[in-house]
Design a protein around this ligand. Structure first.
Ligand SMILES: Nc1ncnc2c1ncn2[C@@H]1O[C@H](COP(=O)(O)OP(=O)(O)OP(=O)(O)O)[C@@H](O)[C@H]1O
Ligand SMILES: [Mg+2]
Length: 419
């Protein structure tokens, strides 16, 4: 067997994977112990800023070790925050260095496994990092490319994530199939309509087989946000009143607390000071007191992690009960799936519309689709499943390797391009 030299990296908003290819084989690298996916999370210990990655980062954070958690780093690409950086335990860190550190630990594991240096990579990218802003989109790709070069990759290509997912499935396709990939991740929802067959897989240029791509910057993170604002934040005083004029308490804390990429911005003395001032005038001291508690204890990420757990729990059951005693003794929250569905339905509608737009751009009717490839964690959500089944009632349905198909397909693509 030849040494694998071609690499594919799926840097996901929530989870990442890395696959390698040689002429005979394509396989995923165990990037965290025996697991082939790793949560895109980093934890910097307060005492020395030592970095921990993936599940270990989440565990350290959730067991309340002192330090700083980062998640959804991909969402920073192309934004002004990318240039500004962020304070981590008193030290200014640039996001390109943080992202490079995260991706580099995956690369080093792959190189140790394959006993070779990796110089060729195809990185995945969403169809749009940002909606309706081609300049920001290009900036995001350039930033990711610079990160890859800084890690020692000499040849860096990009591929749309849903196209990569299609390549990963192509090895198993019989005959020729007109397929739509529905890739619903943590940060974006991406669609590709593509002609798949074992013969097509060997072609170097696939542009003739790809009929259309669309994408929106909406994903599981946004559902967490909707659920948080609808069910969780009211328990912390969201929309409660204060003062003689009966004004609503400022809402921006609650919005920041509901977004993975913004939680860290809340932990400033100024915000805590203002919130404590308002506590004196609030009409609902119990609930508003919980907000103060979360700000003081810096447990915003834990609140969001619980929200995400409720969402995932509601995939399997109709009601989910969350114990929130870390916010307030004996606080429990019961959420019904129908409330979750109501909270996310405007966004799930927009996601379905992006799929319809893909059909329109391809110039085909839904009935022409023979195979639906459902990939990405958010395709598990029952409401989403239902909506896509309605759109493609006749098509064959594939739901394999949901969390690793993009990484695998990128390595296929790297071999095709660079060999
Ligand atoms: N059983 C489930 N039910 C509902 N949502 C789920 C389930 N499992 C995972 N998710 C959600 O799927 C998302 C992660 O999916 P995935 O790993 O495909 O995203 P990603 O590739 O990291 O993101 P992106 O491709 O947008 O950059 C998270 O928002 C997670 O909460
Ligand atoms: Mg993804």
């Amino acid at each position: 067997m030849t040494t694998p030299v071609f690499c594919g990296i799926d840097f996901g908003t929530s989870n990442s994977s890395l696959a390698v290819a040689n002429q005979d084989d394509v396989f995923l690298i165990p990037v965290e112990e025996h697991q082939t996916t790793i949560p895109s999370a980093m934890f910097f210990a307060r005492k020395d800023n030592e970095a921990f990655f993936g599940r270990e980062a989440m565990e350290r954070f959730l067991s309340r070790q002192p330090g700083r958690l980062m998640r959804s780093l991909k969402r920073v690409l192309g934004t002004t925050a990318m240039r500004q950086g962020t304070m981590v335990n008193g030290e200014l860190m640039k996001f390109d260095q943080i992202i490079a550190a995260f991706l580099d630990q995956m690369k080093r594991k792959a190189e140790a496994d394959c006993q070779t240096e990796l110089r060729h990579v195809v990185m995945g990218r969403p169809v749009h990092f940002t909606d309706n802003d081609p300049a920001a989109d290009q900036r995001a790709e350039n930033e990711l490319k610079a990160v890859a070069m800084s890690m020692g990759f000499e040849h860096v290509g990009f591929q749309f994530e849903p196209i990569a997912a299609a390549f990963a499935h192509e090895a198993r396709v019989t005959g020729e199939k007109l397929a739509i990939v529905v890739d619903l991740g943590g940060g974006t929802s991406d669609f590709t309509i593509i002609r798949l067959s074992k013969e097509n897989a060997r072609k170097h240029d696939r542009s003739g087989d790809i009929l259309a791509n669309t994408g929106v910057r909406l994903g599981g993170n946004d559902f967490d946000k909707d659920l948080s604002l609808a069910e969780m934040m009211p328990e912390l005083g969201f929309r409660s009143k204060y003062g003689a004029k009966n004004l609503e308490v400022p809402s921006y804390h609650y919005f920041d607390l509901s977004e993975w990429s913004k939680v860290n911005f809340l932990y400033t003395n100024r915000i805590l000071f203002q919130a404590r001032q308002l506590l004196r005038e609030t009409h609902d001291p119990v609930k508003y007191g919980r907000l103060i508690n979360v700000l003081e204890q810096e447990t915003g990420h834990a609140v969001l992690a619980e929200t995400e757990k409720i969402k995932i729990g509601l995939t399997k059951s109709d009601v989910h009960v969350a114990a929130l005693d870390f916010i307030d003794q004996d606080l429990r929250l019961d959420v019904a799936r129908e409330n979750f569905n109501a909270a996310i339905s405007p966004k799930s509608e927009r996601i379905v519309n992006a799929a319809k737009e893909c059909l329109q751009n391809a110039g085909i009717a839904p009935e022409a689709i023979g195979l639906v490839i459902m990939t990405g964690g958010s395709t598990e959500i029952p409401l989403i499943q239902e909506q896509f089944r309605q759109l493609f009632p006749q098509a064959e349905w594939s739901e394999e390797n949901k969390l690793s198909s993009v990484g695998l397909g990128l390595a296929y693509d790297a071999r095709n391009r660079f060999s």
